[in-house]
Design a protein around this ligand. Structure first.
Ligand code: NAD
Ligand code: DAU
Length: 340
């Protein structure tokens, strides 16, 4: 079994690579990543020691490159993590989100059609459903919730989902989609809430909380997400969408205060700043489909997950420092050349 993992040098992709190498040590893996600012080739150092793991540097939006790769490798399964993933950046510069998230996904779908695969899996997000009101805790996103996006990021992810389903219906391509809530854990780029707040708190810098801090996210430990994707790809039904999340809703301010308390830092570091444009109020997943069909449930409680996440960032200060100094980008540039 040969698996293509795109976006494997980013946060969830890296965690997924290590999860799969352990869960299915007999498979062969190719990780494709264009090493944008969010990709970090050093994350994959230990994976590259495995003889059944190789890396390829290239963009999913580069049709010629992708078709050559598919012609050479004969993949059985393609799992697409590659994306521009940060909402704030999509507000600043939507164009690259369309290029990677929409065009890139369409190129992969075309390559899958041409060369044949057993499964194309699109890693999507709960943000495609828009948001839920804060004062209706009885409401959750199900797979039937209409797509209703708020940001250029979520609009681009929804477009990719629609294309994926269109290739299933029109061309009979064997696809699946998973839509997950907010992940946290090791290797997350420090532009996202949790690692950003850890980084700033450790440096005694102000922690910028958007708006009133009462927006709600449904936090999932990244390893639980990896296990869910593995299950959907291996055992989930073709042409289906599976929501992944776990009744673990927290207000942003609660998350920030938890981080400060764990690091022994004062709440006075919190600074309320201007709200994000179009800021989604609340995300909350109903995971009954994946639970009922595949037996999946999240295993990591937030209290334990946030503790081990903070420990990881404390134990891997060099990882964070390399990002702050830009050393990781120089490494990507020089070492990445070996894998073009
Ligand atoms: P990330 O930004 O940390 O990583 C994205 C990776 O994709 C990086 O390694 C980057 O270099 C690579 N990439 C970007 N453009 C590329 C291109 N054109 N070709 C090849 N590689 C490219 O993102 P993440 O948080 O790990 O998210 C991974 C996937 O999961 C995304 O599709 C995202 O939409 C989805 N998702 C994320 C979350 C979350 O909480 N982080 C939740 C649900 C779904
Ligand atoms: O729900 C899944 C999505 O979760 C993924 O699809 C996205 O790729 C991922 O980035 C994440 O999106 P969010 O916008 O929810 O994540 P972010 O970490 O950017 O923000 C989480 C919440 O914290 C959100 O309500 C905005 C707020 N926030 C964020 C930052 C970076 C702040 O208050 N201050 C900040 O500095």
């Amino acid at each position: 079994m040969k698996i293509l993992i795109t976006g494997g040098a980013g946060f969830i992709g890296t965690n997924f690579v290590y999860y799969m190498l352990k869960a299915h040590p007999d498979f062969d893996y190719v990780c494709l990543d264009s090493l944008t600012y969010a990709g970090n080739l050093k994350n994959l150092d230990k994976a590259l020691e495995h003889r059944n793991f190789t890396f390829a540097k290239g963009s999913i939006a580069d049709r010629e490159y992708i078709f050559d790769l598919f012609a050479r490798e004969s993949f059985d399964i393609v799992i697409n993590f590659a994306a521009e993933s940060h909402v704030d950046r999509s507000i600043e510069n939507p164009g690259v989100f369309l290029e990677t998230n929409v065009i890139g996904t369409s190129v992969l779908l075309d390559a899958c059609r041409k060369y044949g695969i057993r499964r194309f899996h699109q890693v999507s997000t709960d943000e495609v459903y828009g948001d839920l009101p804060i004062d209706r805790p009885d409401l959750f996103f199900t797979e039937e919730t209409p797509l209703h996006t708020s940001s250029p990021y979520s609009a681009s992810k929804a477009s990719a989902d629609l294309l994926t389903m269109a290739y299933s219906r029109t061309f009979g391509l064997p696809v699946s989609i998973s839509r997950c809530s907010n992940n946290y854990g090791p290797y997350q780029f420090p532009e996202k809430l949790i690692p950003l707040m850890i980084k700033k708190a450790l440096r005694d810098e102000k922690l910028p909380v958007y708006g009133n801090g009462l927006n709600v996210r449904d936090w999932l430990y990244v390893e639980d997400h990896c296990r869910a994707i593995d299950l959907v790809v291996m055992k989930g039904r073709e042409g289906q969408v599976y929501n992944i999340g776990g009744h673990n809703e927290k207000q942003n301010i609660e998350v920030v205060k938890t981080i400060l308390a764990q690091l022994g830092k004062p709440d006075t570091l919190i600074e309320y700043v201007a709200d994000r444009a179009g800021h989604d109020l609340r995300y909350a997943i109903d995971p009954s489909k994946i639970h009922g069909e595949l037996g999946w449930l999240p295993e990591t409680e937030f209290s334990a997950g946030i503790k081990s996440t903070i420990s990881w960032y404390l134990d891997n200060k060099e990882w964070m420092d390399d990002i702050s100094s830009g050393a990781y980008a120089l490494y990507n540039e020089s070492e990445g050349k070996k894998y073009v």
